[in-house]
Design a protein around this ligand. Structure first.
Ligand code: ATP
Ligand code: PMV
Length: 510
């Protein structure tokens, strides 16, 4: 198999820190942190021995049965050779190809000639899936150092249908990285070139496992130019990758969600205000009525390029020194049934919901605003900021508000606002009879909140029994009380091109 052209793109996972449920409506917003854990999709045009039948092979080497072979038919109809269907993968590949052919036919034909096939490889960082079976098979205890000792992109020892996900948004990060890799491969978009590690990182610097070697040093594609409060520049490439991924993710899920997960996979950490769902309604119905293969590529392109896409993305970065950690609770909750319960309560009790959500939204905005202020302060008053971090790390949050330091007071304000958020979520759980912050999670969170350096901790996204997150200064030695933690967010960057050889653990799949 001789490779002619290769394109590799990664996209981060997500943690919705605040704004769960509210973010479904565009009068509110959600604060989403992109994680350092990423999906990496690699598309290669390879030589074919059978000129009569073009094929696309998609490999997901972390899973039993993780391989799908598609025969490419008339009008780019994909015919799955096996019996196992992966709708997310098939829709992402088929619709991206249709779009690519409509948008740039000559680049499409040049990179997918009758003498070539496509080889696609999809892998996700270990944090997307519970690693308990791996650790058990290796007789390793459930600790973060055991997690860190695993191979990057390690095998899950199971099938995709049976794997335990951790809630980092595997489907959104997978679809976004795959769609972006495909449209980049066929020159529909031009993301910035990947920067070789040799040009950005001193050779002596040790790099973390399973992460792109140039990740921390490289300027991310969506980094705003001056302050971190201004709206992120929606470059055309990101806009096309975003709109296409939103469309395909909605279609694969069979519904139009808020889309915060796809948005953070593209743009990184930000406050997200959703797009108006009607931009997709008609196209979704057309795809359902005549299958995705009955809809012309030009029609998809028209919707993707429409100026009706109105989601809003405002940059928020975690202040330096504040780290996001996640506990893989592995109990699990069904997001759709939680959402159903909350939306039913909202319909039946509009006044009660309006009052509670208005007040919740105020706290959510305060948190995002104060995190931005802290980020700015870390640049404008670096000495005072560093001094404060050292104090925060060794003290309890309840003592911060009495400090004379303005920076410490900002930390106290974030802490207090998030406690208010939790009170509101507990109230919503009670009123709606839906376990958004269930009592067992409340007890666990109250325990964690008492630890030194903890700025906030809560249930991410829809809540329930899935996971908990902690924002903490000085994360060392945390896991004894909290349980197995996955270290997650850092730079908060979004979509990024990669060099296969420079993503640790990736080259072995080629
Ligand atoms: N590594 C992968 N390779 C191929 N397909 C994948 C992979 N990971 C996820 N998927 C696809 O995404 C689907 C999971 O989507 P689902 O919406 O249930 O997860 P999610 O809610 O995004 O997960 P999470 O719990 O991580 O937030 C799988 O059934 C599969 O089709
Ligand atoms: C409840 C909701 O607002 C957030 C769900 O978040 P998560 O999948 O639990 O991280 C739904 C959505 O925004 O699509």
């Amino acid at each position: 198999m001789t490779q002619q052209k290769r394109t590799c793109v990664s996209a981060p996972g997500k943690v919705l820190i605040s704004g769960g449920y509210l973010v479904l409506f565009n009068e509110f917003s959600g604060l989403v942190a992109a994680t350092s854990s990423r999906f990496v999709s690699t598309v290669s045009t390879v030589d074919s021995e059978d000129e009569k039948q073009k094929k696309i092979v998609v490999r997901s080497p972390q899973f039993e049965g993780g391989k799908w072979v598609y025969r490419v038919g008339k009008d780019l109809k994909l015919e799955n050779e096996g019996s196992d269907r992966n709708k997310y993968v098939e829709y992402a590949v088929a619709l991206s190809l249709k779009l690519a052919k409509a948008a740039n036919p000559s680049a499409f034909d040049a990179n997918f000639t009758p003498k070539s096939n496509l080889d696609i490889c999809i892998v996700g960082h270990n944090d997307f899936y519970s690693q308990r079976p791996q650790l058990e098979s290796l007789n390793l205890p459930l600790t973060s150092s055991s997690l860190a000792s695993l191979d990057p992109f390690c095998h899950t020892l199971t099938t995709i249908a049976n794997v335990h996900k951790t809630g980092l948004g595997s489907s959104a990060a997978m679809i976004t990285s795959l769609v972006a890799a495909l449209v980049q491969h066929f020159d529909v978009i031009a993301l910035p070139d990947p920067t070789p590690a040799s040009q950005t990182t001193p050779p002596s610097k040790k790099r973390k496992r399973g992460r792109s070697k140039h990740a921390s040093a490289k300027k991310s594609v969506e980094t705003p130019s001056t302050t971190n409060t201004e709206e992120i520049d929606h470059t055309n490439a990101l806009r096309i990758a975003h709109n296409t991924s939103q469309f395909i993710h909605c279609l694969a899920q069979g519904k139009i969600g808020s889309g915060f997960d796809v948005s953070s996979a593209v743009y990184g950490s930000h406050t997200y205000t959703r797009f108006t769902p009607s931009v997709l309604d008609a196209l979704m119905s057309e795809c359902e009525a005549s299958t995705i293969y009955g809809v012309p590529g030009s029609r998809i392109l028209e919707v993707i390029q429409s100026d009706k896409w109105d989601s809003k993305v405002e940059r928020v970065q975690l202040p330096p020194g504040v780290e996001l950690m996640l506990a893989d609770v592995d109990a699990g909750s069904s997001t759709p049934s939680l959402v159903k319960g909350i939306l039913e309560w909202r319909t039946k009790n509009p006044k009660e919901c309006k009052t509670l959500w208005k007040s919740l939204h105020t706290q959510n905005l305060l948190i995002a605003e104060t995190l931005r202020t802290l980020h700015t302060t870390s640049h404008t008053s670096p000495k005072e900021y560093a001094k404060t971090l050292a104090q925060i790390k060794t003290t309890h949050a309840e003592t911060w508000s009495t400090s004379t330091s303005a920076v410490t007071k900002h930390f106290a304000a974030v802490h207090a606002a998030f406690l208010n958020v939790r009170t509101h979520l507990q109230e919503m759980s009670r009123l709606a009879g839906v376990p958004v912050e269930p009592e067992s999670q409340t007890r666990l969170l109250d325990e964690i909140a008492k630890e030194k350096g903890v700025v906030m901790c809560g249930v991410p996204g829809a809540g329930g029994f899935d996971a908990i997150f902690v924002l903490v200064v000085g994360k060392e030695n945390r896991e004894s009380k909290v349980g197995p933690l996955l270290a997650t967010a850092d730079s908060g960057a979004g979509l990024r091109r990669e060099i296969v050889e420079e993503v640790e653990g990736l080259a072995r799949f080629f």
